[in-house]
Design a protein around this ligand. Structure first.
Ligand code: C2E
Ligand code: MG
Ligand code: MG
Length: 646
């Protein structure tokens, strides 16, 4: 654009120079013409003087010897009309007189035929030539040589006069006048031309600006200035091909919870966040890299020529930069982004790069956002699996596809069942059970855990209420069920609907719950306890195992995580010390202690020796369906009857 602008000005300047030169040339030619016309007029006037004043002119012109009277007139003639000197020719071109202007002596000249006078005699048309700066001392600076016919009053040609006229003064006068005129013309033309040029340039600049703006908008996002999707894809592909044999990175940046920002804080804040993120992206990339807005809250960056290490370094920088808060009209908001990237050589098709970067982004989002990751093949598999599980959860919710299995918790000393833990089960298409450790976090992310948890509560309480014994039923709770604000009502409703005495219901929570909003959690735990349910701390020893939590919330039970039992073999002394300490702690704080994961008789006995009689594990019973438990219990009763009878 700048170059085009300069080109225009150079063109205009060239036009102006040509115009000035043309005016100069015209003026010079005009001065010449005017001087010629002036000289002709003077010469003719001089010839008229001669014919009017000279007695016996025809005689003189024919014989060339002036009389005394004629000499007098001839002497006067040199003083007329700036005539410097003159020559007289007869009608056939012979020189008959030559004057000398210096001593004013009229000399007689011998007969010599001259071409010019002869031609003038024939045509009767004057001939004029102007001369300047000839260097001759006997000539004026500027003079005209005018050859004019000498015609008497009757109209007869009596001869030809060649008159040298001093035009120095006339030339200076003409030149001065014409130069002034030329200057005026140039000045006026400059004003008119300048105004037109200025208007033209202004319009042109406006048109150029509009054109540039239109071009910009067709390739860029108007809010952030980033490239739009089609332009980015084309530019990135071209850059990839140019950067032969070098790795390029493709990055997707997604603003976390952007919809909520827009909904809760308004579109102005949303726009401010988008601009803020775009600014940070531009700040963090190199000049050759490409930044685009793919629409909504998603940006893409093309790192042209970037190794995996460099890409990683850059995305870490972007992640940190985008965490800087945004301020809009006095309101400050903290933001974060999720970043998925892929790095590849030219060989990988662009569409595959886009897919991989998207998989990496989905991966980061699934893992809780506000992070970055570079694609690896396992991500794709895990995401695919997650998608499958999500579909299964949806299906199970709609069509009653969840099951509950029950695992007994026993008094190992007396081999007596104290209660059952309800464990949720979900089958895949092949009929294989998916571990709740896998599908529960996914259900939590989908926001359906409260609905599922409510079903578990209803099913478990109603199953337990149908049992003949009054053993307890333990139900696991997700921290997110506390967030719904409906948990207490759901528990109350499940108890009421099943008719299960509340003291038979045990609710298992994990420590991860307690690091949340303490007041709200404590309030709900109290309300659940008031309903008559007991609260157990599950997986104790794997989280913070904070004494302050135990003391503050006063649980009814601690369930020692099965990882301790697994470590028993490798590090028996240390594990024993820990378990005995927990048992002691439980006793002091009035909490029963259960141990999970007992698989062998040795473990059972070791744990009894450590003071842990309440045990759960495959040794005492695997999680099973209600029918299996009923069956095994009736078998067991029959066995006992038979033993007694025996
Ligand atoms: P958890 O509450 O600690 O449940 C005990 C887990 O240990 C169960 O795994 C059980 O099958 C397993 N287990 C019990 N005894 C043994 C043993 O001797 N050896 C071994 N290797 N494992 C044993 P499961 O059923 O896969 O459940 C995993 C976790 O999923 C549970 O851990 C619990 O945190 C969660 N979960 C299960 N059902 C629910 C539910 O209805 N709601 C919620 N929120 N979470 C649930
Ligand atoms: Mg549990
Ligand atoms: Mg557990």
């Amino acid at each position: 654009m700048r170059r085009a602008f300069h080109r225009n000005w150079i063109g205009l300047a060239a036009c102006a120079v040509i115009f000035i030169l043309a005016v100069g040339a015209t003026v010079s030619r005009s001065v010449e013409r005017a001087l010629e016309a002036d000289a002709t007029a003077r010469a003719e006037h001089w010839a008229d003087f001669l014919t009017g004043k000279m007695p016996g002119l025809d005689y003189l012109m024919s014989f060339g010897r002036p009389t005394a009277a004629q000499s007098l007139v001839l002497e006067q003639a040199v003083k007329i009309g700036n005539v410097d000197r003159f020559n007289l020719f007869d009608p056939v071109g012979n020189l008959v007189f030559a004057s000398d202007s210096h001593d004013r002596v009229i000399v007689w000249a011998s007969n010599v035929v001259n071409e010019k006078p002869l031609q003038v005699a024939r045509t009767r048309k004057p001939m004029v030539s102007l001369q300047e700066d000839t260097g001759r001392s006997d000539r004026p600076l500027v003079f005209a040589e005018a050859v004019v016919p000498v015609i008497d009053q009757k109209g007869n040609l009596t001869g030809v006069a060649e008159v040298v006229i001093d035009m120095t003064e006339s030339a200076a006068g003409f030149r001065h006048n014409f130069t002034f005129m030329a200057f005026m013309i140039i000045a006026m033309a400059s004003v008119v031309f300048g105004a037109l040029a200025w208007a033209y340039m202004k319009n042109k600049r406006r048109a150029d600006h509009s054109e540039n703006r239109a071009n910009f908008l067709s390739a860029n996002d108007s809010l952030t200035g980033a490239l739009n999707r089609p332009t980015f894809l084309q530019a990135f592909q071209t850059a990839r091909l140019k950067a032969a044999n070098k790795t390029c990175g493709l990055v997707f940046v997604d603003i976390d919870h952007f919809k909520s920002i827009n909904d809760a804080r308004g579109h102005d804040m949303g726009d401010a966040v988008l601009r803020h993120v775009a600014t940070q992206l531009f700040r963090c990339v190199e000049e050759e890299d490409l930044v685009a807005r793919f629409g909504g809250d998603e940006f893409a960056i093309g790192f042209v020529n970037s190794t995996p290490e460099q890409t990683n370094e850059k995305i870490e920088r972007i992640l940190a930069a985008c965490r800087m808060p945004v301020t809009q009209r006095g309101t400050t908001l903290s933001t974060s982004v999720s970043i998925g990237a892929t790095v590849s050589e030219k060989a990988l098709a662009l569409k595959d790069m886009l897919h991989e970067a998207d998989v990496a982004l989905q991966w980061v989002k699934a893992k809780g956002r506000n992070d970055c990751a570079i694609y690896d093949d396992r991500m794709g598999n895990r995401l695919r699996r997650e998608r499958e599980v999500k579909a299964l959860i949806k299906e199970a919710l709609a069509g009653g596809g969840f099951e509950l299995h029950y695992q007994p918790c026993v008094n190992a000393e007396r081999d007596e069942i104290q209660g059952f833990e309800a464990l949720l089960r979900l089958k895949d298409q092949t009929g294989t059970y998916i571990s709740p450790a896998e599908f529960i976090p996914i259900a939590e992310e989908m926001g359906v855990i409260s609905e599922i948890g409510n079903w578990v509560l209803q099913q478990a309480t109603s199953d337990a209420a149908s049992w003949v014994t009054d053993v307890y039923i333990a139900v696991n709770l997700s921290p997110l069920q506390f967030e719904s604000g409906q948990l207490v009502a759901q528990v109350q409703q499940a108890l009421a609907a099943s008719g299960l005495p509340p003291h038979r219901l045990e609710l298992e929570i994990t420590e991860s719950l307690l690091i949340r909003d303490e007041h709200n959690i404590a309030f709900q735990l109290d309300a659940l306890r008031e309903l008559g349910a007991s609260i157990a701390m599950d997986d104790f020893g794997t989280g913070f195992s904070s004494l302050s939590y135990l003391w503050k919330y006063g649980f009814d039970k601690l369930k020692i995580d099965r990882s301790f039992i697994q470590a028993l073999e490798s590090d028996p002394d240390k594990v024993r010390d820990i378990i005995e300490s927990i048992v002691l702690l439980g006793k002091r704080l009035g909490m029963t202690v259960t141990v999970e994961g007992i698989e062998t008789g040795i473990q059972r006995d070791q744990l009894i020796a450590m003071g842990c009689r309440l045990q759960q594990g495959f040794l005492h019973g695997r999680p099973s369906t209600l029918e299996t438990i009923r069956l095994s219990r009736s078998e067991r009763a029959a066995q006992e009857e038979a033993n007694k009878a025996g």
